[in-house]
Design a protein around this ligand. Structure first.
Ligand SMILES: NC(=O)c1ccc[n+]([C@@H]2O[C@H](COP(=O)([O-])OP(=O)(O)OC[C@H]3O[C@@H](n4cnc5c(N)ncnc54)[C@H](O)[C@@H]3O)[C@@H](O)[C@H]2O)c1
Length: 292
């Protein structure tokens, strides 16, 4: 599949990442079909995307006509069969290999054999995911956006063992068309950014669990003295504690339980209690989501 053949993009999952990716895709002129599991989740995503687009217009970051174009490009569905017309798929469902297995097996049956199937996974192996696609696994590729996906420029384009060079080229070109900066990475655990970021979260959680300092103090130190735009706890809240925890567990297992990447009990307890960060209004900090 060549870049000029891509007209319609299908996005799986309308959560934190799917919404941002849907904005980037629709604003860039692609017909965009967003799938999620039920109408209630889809409604929330539609409202949130509309608010984000309006905010961008208000801040003069997006012309009003572009907002209108984006809205006319956006479609929502809870039927995966609607992806039969898509030229390119971006999967942004939860970080769970069994769930991704079901999704990619379904896509293999529903989509055309030349449709590129990409995953936004942060830590799962792209090669492993490509094994779930029987027809032409060379079209399975990693397309790893960063949060918030409509704002952050970087996209890691991840080459699995079977991914074709043409598929990598088209995915990198599509990233550019969406206003992103693609960087090609091999399919190794956590690729580039998340591999480097694991110790950032892990050490911060250890410092907290040892009682050396509180979470807001640690954030303050990293921001005011370390020059980071966000501290590790603010960033975990933004990412989602559940997603961050799943990624850490997956990286830990991928490196054969290297203690350097061991997950934290603090995160496990928060996930068990559904304290997952900004999206639930409560993480290390609290948020008033009614104002969003
Ligand atoms: N949150 C981040 O900062 C971040 C950054 C980069 C990559 N990622 C990756 O993106 C993916 C999605 O993360 P997220 O933070 O958007 O998660 P999220 O929990 O915010 O959203 C996931 C969405 O998927 C939907 N979903 C659940 N089961 C599904 C199914 N069977 N089929 C289709 N959709 C389903 C949920 O309803 C939800 O809307 C994960 O693989 C994650 O590792 C996340």
């Amino acid at each position: 599949m060549k870049i000029n053949e891509i007209k319609t993009i299908g996005i799986i999952g309308s959560g934190t990442m799917g919404r941002g990716i849907a904005i980037s895709s629709s604003v860039s002129g692609f017909k965009t079909i967003v799938f999620d599991i039920n109408e209630e989740v889809i409604k929330k995503a539609e409202d949130s995307i509309l608010k984000d687009l309006l905010k961008s217009v208000e801040k003069k970051k997006l012309p009003d006509e572009k907002k209108a174009e984006a809205l006319s490009n956006l479609n929502f569905t809870s039927e995966m069969k609607d992806f039969s017309e898509c030229d390119f798929i971006i999967e942004a469902a939860p970080e769970d290999i069994d769930l991704k297995k079901n999704i990619f097996s379904s896509l293999d049956n529903i989509c055309r054999k030349d449709t590129i199937l990409s995953t936004n996974t942060s830590s799962l192996s792209v090669t492993r995911i490509s094994v779930f696609v029987k027809n032409n696994p060379e079209r399975v590729v990693g397309m790893h956006f960063f949060n918030p996906a409509n704002i952050m420029k970087l996209v890691e384009v991840v080459k699995g063992d079977f991914t074709s060079d043409e598929c990598i080229k088209t995915t990198a070109e599509l990233s550019e068309k969406m206003g992103k900066v693609p960087v090609i990475a091999k399919d190794t655990p956590a690729f580039i950014v998340n591999r480097i970021a694991r110790p950032f979260y892990g050490e911060a959680l250890k410092i907290l669990s040892e009682g050396t300092s509180g979470h807001s103090e640690i954030d303050k130190v990293m921001k005011s003295c370390g020059g980071f735009p966000m501290g590790p706890f603010e960033l975990m809240d933004l990412i989602g504690i559940d997603i961050n925890f799943s990624v850490t567990k997956s990286v830990y297992e991928s490196f054969f339980n290297d203690p350097k990447y061991r997950p934290s009990f603090i995160q496990k307890k928060m996930v068990d209690a559904n304290i997952t960060g900004r999206k639930t209004g409560r993480g290390f900090y609290t948020y008033d989501n009614s104002k969003k």
